[in-house]
Design a protein around this ligand. Structure first.
Ligand code: FAD
Length: 398
């Protein structure tokens, strides 16, 4: 194999090319990205970077010299517009290239509010790229009024940063609670209380009718007729996986580019990793939007391209920072039917299906997170009453 081409210079793309070299692949490696930046971490965008506590260069996953040293051809500002699975050709505005193996690591794009309800007014922002944050940062001024649309992690992190920066914040969530897609009612209520204590005006069951303004946003009208004034709007209503290239080329897609356990798409020699793809999980398929998944799935795919033939088994974990709270999540709570609350020296929520432990949300409780993670990965489930009892030492759960 002479040339491995990777489309998408994000977290998964960077992990993939790095692993190819670590595993000894000596051929040509190209990494194509449509952003201006070398691969960088996204999590700090809605946390330390937006807060002004992290510099731009610290976001980068590797110094620019790394790619040169490793003979990785980094092609930035270049959007791949088409792939031809039969001819092994990719197309961009400047021409075409052939490949021997191709990896799609195209990530995901934020859902936007439609233009006819004000989604394209000035000062309405998504939170996905460094360019998004650089554009919104000047509007994050003390005393400015922020409206957050969406009560998921992105919206909550933006709200926390804005309060720390002295802004007035209103958050709209159309569901009856926060974090409805990803978390339990217990965790959602705990974070709602925390945000309200910090002064965020959280409106649940709030249906946005439209954003108001001529050219720049001035506020919002809700379905019940109420008006909210705003100088800046952050939209955090989820993402759609980057399937456009794959779909146009006839590759199978199912909530993302469909890959098998090795990471291969339905087209021979084309692989995918990260937010853009769904992979076999239990009886169905799963798509994860997290840094650990992007890194580890890309590592697995790189090894499989080189012949390892090892199925990827996700070991999900995630984190979120809001105010002084570090939330760490071990496992996946899909299908839970019970949540055990452990309120000891710190607080953690343990998700069970029957007597099987699925996941743990740990709020400023790294020990509960670590122990939960070890138990879940070992397929062991501690007794619920022991978990709930604050007098049971957490270590004894192991
Ligand atoms: P991306 O990092 O999105 O990279 C995909 C890249 O491909 C992009 O640069 C895109 O522009 C490029 N691309 C797409 N199509 C083309 C094309 N046709 N041609 C060329 N380039 C193309 N995860 C956590 O685990 N913890 C967190 O706390 C956390 N916080 C987050 C905070 C924010 C603000 C955001 C946006 C995400 C956060 N995530 C977090 C999620 C995490 O960042 C993503 O899961 C991860 O970046 C996925 O990596 P990826 O490589 O699949 O996609």
């Amino acid at each position: 194999m002479d040339h491995i081409a990777v489309v998408g210079a994000g977290q998964a793309g960077a992990s993939l090319v790095e692993t190819l070299r670590k595993e000894g692949f000596d051929g040509r490696v190209t990494l194509w990205g449509d952003e201006a930046e070398p691969p960088y971490q996204r999590p700090p965008l809605s946390k330390a970077y937006l807060l002004g506590e992290m510099t731009r260069d610290r976001l980068q996953l590797r110094p620019a010299s790394y790619y040169e040293d490793q003979r990785i051809e980094l092609r930035l500002n270049t959007r791949i517009t088409a792939i031809d699975p039969a001819a092994h050709v990719l197309t961009h505005a400047g021409g075409q290239e052939t490949w021997d193996a191709l990896v799609l690591a195209t990530g995901a794009s934020p859902r936007r509010l439609p233009a006819d309800i004000g989604g394209d007014l000035a000062n309405v922002f998504s939170v996905r790229t460094l360019a998004d944050i650089d554009a919104m940062e000047p509007a994050f001024a003390p005393n400015a009024r922020l409206l957050v649309v969406g009560g998921g992690y992105i919206g909550l992190e933006a709200a926390a940063v804005a309060r720390k920066r002295g802004m007035a914040v209103t958050l709209l969530e159309s569901a009856p609670r926060l974090l409805a897609r990803v978390s339990s009612a217990e965790t959602a209520a705990w974070f709602a209380e925390r945000h309200r204590a910090e002064g965020v005006d959280i409106r649940l069951n709030a249906a946005l009718e439209r954003l108001n303004g001529e050219t720049t946003v001035t506020g919002a009208t809700l379905a019940d007729g109420s008006q909210i004034a705003a100088d800046v709007v952050v939209v955090g209503i989820g993402v759609t996986p980057g399937t456009a290239l794959a779909q146009a080329a006839g590759l199978e897609c199912d909530n993302g580019i469909a890959v098998d356990a090795l990471g291969q798409t339905s087209a021979a020699g084309i692989w995918a990793a990260g937010d853009c793809c769904s992979f076999p999980h239990g009886a169905g398929r799963m798509r994860l939007e997290s840094v650990p998944n992007a890194i580890e799935q890309a590592q697995a795919v790189a090894r499989n391209i080189l012949g390892a033939a090892t199925p990827y088994v996700a070991k999900p974990w995630f984190w979120s920072d809001q105010y002084d709270v570090k939330l760490q999540i071990a496992g996946l709570n899909t299908g839970f039917d019970d949540v055990v609350v452990r309120a000891a020296e710190a607080r953690s929520h343990w998700y069970y299906k029957g007597d099987t432990l699925l996941a743990v949300d740990a709020m400023n409780d790294p020990r509960a997170y670590m122990i939960g993670k070890r138990l879940i990965e070992a397929g062991r489930s501690p007794d619920k009453s022991a978990v709930a009892d604050p007098d049971t030492p957490i270590k004894s759960l192991l």
